[in-house]
Design a protein around this ligand. Structure first.
Ligand SMILES: Nc1ncnc2c1ncn2[C@@H]1O[C@H](COP(=O)(O)OP(=O)(O)OP(=O)(O)O)[C@@H](O)[C@H]1O
Ligand SMILES: [Mg+2]
Length: 248
């Protein structure tokens, strides 16, 4: 499988706190790589480094072999990074379709054309419709985002991340607050998306993680504690310690 995302020894401090410390990680196309770990382990900070929301203090990030270290988020989006946020990125007053189209437009339309009205751009409209079909939100495309169920909103977050036609999908706790049925639906979608994307999934729902991940990284205090296929991590002492209530 083609190596798409290659992060090498990333570190980031906030004052004296080492939020991410010497973390290396690779994700291939067709692979779902999940990162788990307790609150404050540094998972979201890692995603923020990979998506360009934050710059690393040290380390390298490569996408398809190109060194993209220090690139801002909009440039990384154009290089193939799509992400969802742990806290919502949805514009609640706009329709589902407009949310996705706006995200598509920011990346697919040449920057010199960005001041044209979105409604005039067929490329981003087409991209948005394809994405809504894929995540199963086409039926609610015309609804105002604020009226969606919690589960539909989380799907919209993923649709927004997909709108940029990314090669790498960074998903920060997409299942947070979902019921069991919605979680299963989303788990299936994640599994499908991993066929033609490199997916990095941050997730607390450990049952879903074990079901869909090809590779697991366990983080603690900003560091990588363990890494390997789910079958091995499931029984590791590190995971038993981090998730005492989990029954493997
Ligand atoms: N912008 C910031 N400024 C200062 N400290 C921060 C900032 N962002 C994160 N931190 C701190 O860095 C550490 C790692 O936070 P991070 O959000 O990456 O953890 P996490 O693994 O995503 O946790 P959670 O499971 O709660 O989402 C925490 O101690 C957090 O308080
Ligand atoms: Mg987080």
């Amino acid at each position: 499988m083609t190596l798409v995302l290659d992060a090498e020894r990333l570190s980031r401090r906030f004052g004296d706190l080492r939020a991410v410390s010497d973390v290396s990680l690779q994700v291939r196309r067709g692979e779902l790589h999940a990162v788990i770990g307790p609150n404050g382990a540094g998972k979201s900070t890692l995603v923020n480094l990979l998506s360009g929301e934050l710059a690393p203090d040290s380390g390298r990030i490569r996408i398809d072999g190109t060194d993209v270290t220090g690139w801002p988020n909009w440039r990384l989006a154009r290089a193939g990074i799509g992400r969802s946020f742990q806290r919502s990125n949805v514009m609640e007053a706009m329709t589902v379709l407009e949310n996705v189209r706006l995200a598509a437009q920011a990346v697919l339309v040449p920057r010199r054309h960005l001041l044209r009205p979105a409604a005039d751009d067929p490329v981003s409209l087409h991209a948005a419709i394809m994405v809504l079909l894929r995540v199963g939100l086409a039926d609610v495309a015309g609804r105002i985002a604020a009226t969606l169920s919690h589960g539909e909103l989380r799907l919209l977050e993923i649709a927004i991340a997909l709108a940029v036609q990314p090669r790498v999908l960074l998903l920060d706790e997409p299942l947070a607050g979902m019921g069991p049925e919605e979680s299963q639906r989303l788990a299936r979608l994640l599994h499908e998306l991993a066929r033609d994307h490199a997916v990095l999934l941050i997730e607390q729902n450990i049952d879903v993680v074990f079901a869909v991940a090809d590779t697991l990284t366990v983080m603690l205090d900003g560091r990588v504690l363990e890494r390997g296929p789910p079958a091995r991590i499931r029984n590791s002492a590190a995971v038993r310690e981090a998730y005492p209530d989990h029954d493997p």
